[in-house]
Design a protein around this ligand. Sequence first.
Ligand code: MG
Ligand code: ZN
Length: 220
Amino acid sequence: MSAKTVRVGRDLLADQRAAAERFRAAMTERGTLVVRLLSSPGAGKTSLLEATIKHFAGQRRIGVLVGDVQTQRDAARLRPLCKTVQITTGGACHLELPLVEAALAKLKLRDPEFLFIEDVGNLVCPASFDLGEHWRVVLLSTTEGDDKPGKYPKAFRTADVLVIAKVDLLGVVPFSLKRALADARRINRQQEVFRVSALSGAGVADWCSALDNRRQQLRL
Ligand code: MG
Ligand code: ZN
């Protein structure tokens, strides 16, 4: 009985992985770079998206799917800037691919150049789910501990990119950039790192040109 249970569990995981691969391939075909943002609550995912969309200023077709446990608040912030669909999980602490696919169908944006998926603020279980993203981005803000990478290694290990957010507060808050980067490096040596302040605009142009570069690679 227990052997059977284990086998079913494995099949489910394999099915989920295959579905994520299909989604990623379909988005590649459409020329859409899927960028997923992970972080703890309040690290600045929505603020980074606002700054990103403002930087591109109508020059890119951008869609956003934003996940929260409750409320339409993040979508209300983003909707004046670009097509946005709020996903409310009604209690669940992470997004899953079927929710993303249903939200994308509601987005009504033909072949966006960028599709951003803002996951529920949570550094733990979202890291275990593949939502078919091309680029997984983890945010660590200076208002959090610089010891977070070591404490939540999976989120940092599985992310392609690390964004240090709220860098305008460096020197004001007790956050050591050196310690944070050393901790992150120990977990993931390949990771690209960006230092950004959505508030001051520092680093936003570099981040946005990296998005463009990554999207160009879809065609290779
Ligand atoms: Mg948010
Ligand atoms: Zn969860």
